[in-house]
Design a binder for this molecule. Structure first.
Ligand SMILES: O=c1ccn([C@@H]2O[C@H](COP(=O)(O)OP(=O)(O)O[C@H]3O[C@H](CO)[C@@H](O)[C@H](O)[C@H]3O)[C@@H](O)[C@H]2O)c(=O)[nH]1
Length: 504
């Protein structure tokens, strides 16, 4: 932030919000967007996270026009080595194995001491004490911090209300659902009392409910902290899922505020290109290539920040993309990070498809790519941010979920919004069990080719899908514009905090 520009007397009258994200790209990126949006509404924002995460995001935020915004970064020391995690593993995507996710999550309360130490020191810029704490639902320990400060704690939820409500139903009625599944002939049942045909199997149920006692204990801690929260911010918009917004609000008995799609926070294209992390490709060359492609012709394939596919699966995916004959951008993190056996195959493949396909080994400027008019389809793992970014840009998707909320997100895209086509599935991974190359490949090159054709063309059905996607894009933009539903949602959050402050 620009401390020079800060005026002591005006700062003391402004509301100050403290933001504590989960250290995972899919949670950190929308929280940064939220920080910027709050700051544009005259809120002072402290964004507290660990050194490795700060080194990823701070240069990007500082480079943006947003550097003039009143956002201050606070570094929280995270002693990962004390809990047996490898040095520097301060974000979920940096963990060498998914088995370390639970130890990582269990270590999050170690951030409490450094945060409280920061809150005790007197402020050099004359900022008043925070009047609101917004934290990821996984940062459950912040409930106590807010209690000690006597300020509201609001939860920032990564996924959609559709997911949150279905997840709640599954967890509340798990025993009945499991019995019904057991008795069903096809191994699947409809989730009851929903306005859409949401058919779930063991896949969806086991992805959101773990019978592992350690996971159960952790989930219970989250649930209790959620119950004590004063309200919930959701990165979604009412027009996308009105019924689910209403029911989720009723089910929790708390205010639920829509604030998204947060990716529509307006900024320069260069800045957007570097969302979350600095891009691993020369953006000028990438966008020059995109500029030369026919409108709506390019397929983007990207699986978010956490998912890693097996080499066998990558080979099938590559052959399928090649056979589809369509121009594509394929984000391949596996090769950049792990030096997996078979990475020579990737190099050969890259040479073979030169001109027609671009491979990004590492971090892609995903939101900016989705916003380019040449992009017509998106093969996605159904991470909520990726899905919502595609919705915000009017891009249809081929859904290929891997874990947790992604199976239900797929149902939202396909059965409710009708803007997605199903690729296929792997076995569910409850927060991911490590999988090796020996895993049977579930999606063949033929499947990939067929799905890409259906996604990018698909006859009348395909036309209608694209039409619906464009309608949702327009609604998403209206929601974020001044006076729109999500614009109002954020204003309601500010008003709520302001009122609470007067009472306290
Ligand atoms: O090369 C990349 C890869 C990702 N992204 C961005 O990173 C974010 C990724 O988020 P998401 O699509 O939600 O995927 P995950 O990183 O897998 O997110 C985790 O968090 C989400 C929100 O809770 C959940 O929906 C997912 O299941 C969970 O894996 C998005 O903004 C992407 O645009 C990039 O910019 N470049």
């Amino acid at each position: 932030m620009n401390s020079e520009a800060d005026d002591y007397s005006s700062n003391t009258k402004r509301l100050h919000f403290l933001l504590v994200p989960l250290m995972e790209q899919g949670h950190m990126i929308p929280m940064i967007d939220l920080a910027r949006l709050l700051a544009t509404r005259d809120i002072l924002v402290t964004f507290a996270t660990t050194p490795v995460n700060l080194s990823r995001i701070q240069p990007i935020v500082d480079r943006a026009a947003a550097s003039a915004l009143p956002i201050r970064f606070v570094e929280l020391h995270f002693p990962v080595a004390d809990v047996g995690l490898p040095d520097g593993c301060e974000s979920v995507d940096l963990l060498p194995s998914t088995e370390l996710i639970l130890p990582f999550l269990n270590a999050l309360p170690l951030l409490r001491d450094p945060l409280e130490a920061h809150l005790r020191i007197s402020d050099p810029f004359g900022w008043p004490k925070p009047v609101c704490l917004i934290s990821d639902n996984q940062q459950h320990w912040t409930a106590d911090v807010a209690r000690c400060l006597n300020i509201p704690r609001l939860i920032f939820h990564g996924p959609s209300c559709f997911f949150l409500y279905c997840n709640l139903l599954i967890n509340r009625h798990r025993a009945e659902l499991e019995a019904a599944l057991e008795a069903s002939s096809g191994g699947s049942i409809m989730l009851p009392d929903l306005p859409h045909p949401i058919r779930v199997s063991n896949r969806e149920v086991s992805a959101v409910f773990s019978s592992d006692p350690d996971w159960s204990k952790y989930m219970e801690t989250i649930r209790v902290a959620e119950e004590s929260a004063d309200g919930v911010l959701v990165n979604s918009f009412v027009e996308l899922e009105p019924w689910y917004f209403e029911r989720y609000g009723e089910a929790t008995g708390k205010p639920v505020w829509p604030v998204g799609p947060l990716s529509l926070y307006k900024e320069e294209i260069e800045v957007k290109a570097a969302r979350g992390r600095v891009s691993s490709i020369d953006n000028n060359l990438l966008f020059q290539w995109l500029d030369k492609q026919v409108v709506g012709s390019v397929v983007l394939v990207s699986f978010g920040s956490v998912i890693r596919n097996t080499m066998a699966q990558l080979v099938e995916l590559g052959h399928g993309l090649e056979a589809s004959g369509r121009p594509f951008i394929w984000v391949v993190k596996e090769v950049a990070e792990r030096q997996v056996p078979g990475s020579e195959w990737v190099a050969e493949f890259e040479k073979r498809v030169e001109g027609r396909g671009i491979m990004i080994r590492g971090w892609a400027p995903q939101a900016a790519i989705l916003g380019h008019e040449a992009v017509g389809g998106f093969v996605t793992h159904c991470g909520w941010n990726s899905m919502l970014e595609a919705v915000a840009m009017g891009v249809v998707m081929a859904t290929w979920p891997h874990l947790y909320d992604q199976f239900l997100n797929e149902l939202l895209a396909v059965e409710v919004l009708k803007i997605g086509v199903v690729v296929a599935v792997e076995e569910p991974k409850m927060f991911g069990a490590e999988k090796g190359d020996e895993v049977v490949v579930k999606v063949s090159r033929g499947d990939v080719e067929r799905i890409v054709e259906r996604l990018m063309v698909g006859g009348k059905e395909g036309e209608e899908r694209r039409e619906r996607a464009k309608e949702l894009r327009d609604k998403a933009r209206t929601a974020m514009e001044e006076g729109g539903s999500s614009w109002k949602g954020l204003q309601d959050v500010i008003n709520y905090v302001s009122e609470r402050q007067k009472i306290l």
